[in-house]
Design a protein around this ligand. Sequence first.
Ligand SMILES: NC(=O)c1ccc[n+]([C@@H]2O[C@H](COP(=O)([O-])OP(=O)(O)OC[C@H]3O[C@@H](n4cnc5c(N)ncnc54)[C@H](OP(=O)(O)O)[C@@H]3O)[C@@H](O)[C@H]2O)c1
Length: 315
Amino acid sequence: MEYRELGWTGLKVSAVSLGAWQFSESWGVLDYNLAKSIIEKAVNVGINFIDTAAVYGRGKSEEFVGRALKELGVKDKVLIATKLPGDFMNEYDVFKGTERSLKRLGVDIIDLMQVHWPPIWHNFPTCEYMRALERLVIMGKIRYIGLSDFPVELIESARQCLSVTDIVSIQIRYNLVERYAEKELIPYAEREGLAILAWSPIAKGALSGKYDSKNLPQFTDVRANDAVFHPENMAKLDVLINKLRELSQKYNKTPTQIALRWLLQYTPNVIPIPGAKSPQQVEENAGAADFILSLEDFLELDRISRSIRISYVTW
Ligand SMILES: NC(=O)c1ccc[n+]([C@@H]2O[C@H](COP(=O)([O-])OP(=O)(O)OC[C@H]3O[C@@H](n4cnc5c(N)ncnc54)[C@H](OP(=O)(O)O)[C@@H]3O)[C@@H](O)[C@H]2O)c1
């Protein structure tokens, strides 16, 4: 496993880490023992960073992560990132929500607390929640603060509210089909020395090579209405998926590993956090960290992925 800097913290986290949204009704891993076996495999292959959130299964994911790390005896070896939703971003709820997350995770301090999304429907003032989070850092309940799904302008305003600390990371949707973050967010994070946690790094499985326009998935999970899987968009993806399949033969890797590897090579700041529904998937995903794509192949994937424009207007 390769390890990367978590922003300016000095902490080293696995270049491919683990997303834990899968431990929820949204994705269907509701059996604790299965979740524990995924986490156990993650730790065994060198993953030391797990991303969860209060909203994932309304606390279930946090509970599973905390319980598994404790039972496996690796609580001190793995860093946990969690998130408070935008809806909780008034001062009172930042404290109350953090208290609940601490309890569910069974820890004394949360390594990385992220604002899951800005409080767009609630009109909570930015400095109110940022200062509440900073107070929790001062009190030793949160180690570091991160922002998720924030545009650059709002990241800037949020950072200006802090007096004694700064954010360490941003979390963004980033995969070979959805590269919009390359325009503003990634250059910003690179300039500012922030870690970039990449969510949906395999486009929710669309880049795994399991699906294509002739083999469209019939999802009943969170992906049922996902634009990427709309037949019109999947038809556009075929050329990319076929290239990933071709390169997987060349490198003796899987299409998923090639897709993750491309992100890792785009910038050293990026830390993909793919979700996994089995120990096999987590092991495979970790395998993206131990090989290198040639410049030629990197650029060919870049060219093909740039030629695809999916549409979110699907209805
Ligand atoms: N901050 C945010 O707003 C936000 C939003 C979304 C996600 N996230 C975080 O990012 C993490 C990852 O994102 P995501 O779950 O949306 O998408 P993802 O990681 O791109 O895709 C995960 C799905 O892909 C399939 N998969 C995973 N590994 C595979 C492998 N090796 N081979 C074949 N298929 C594989 C699995 O589903 P199937 O096997 O059923 O195909 C899995 O559930 C989440 O767990 C969460 O922690 C954050």
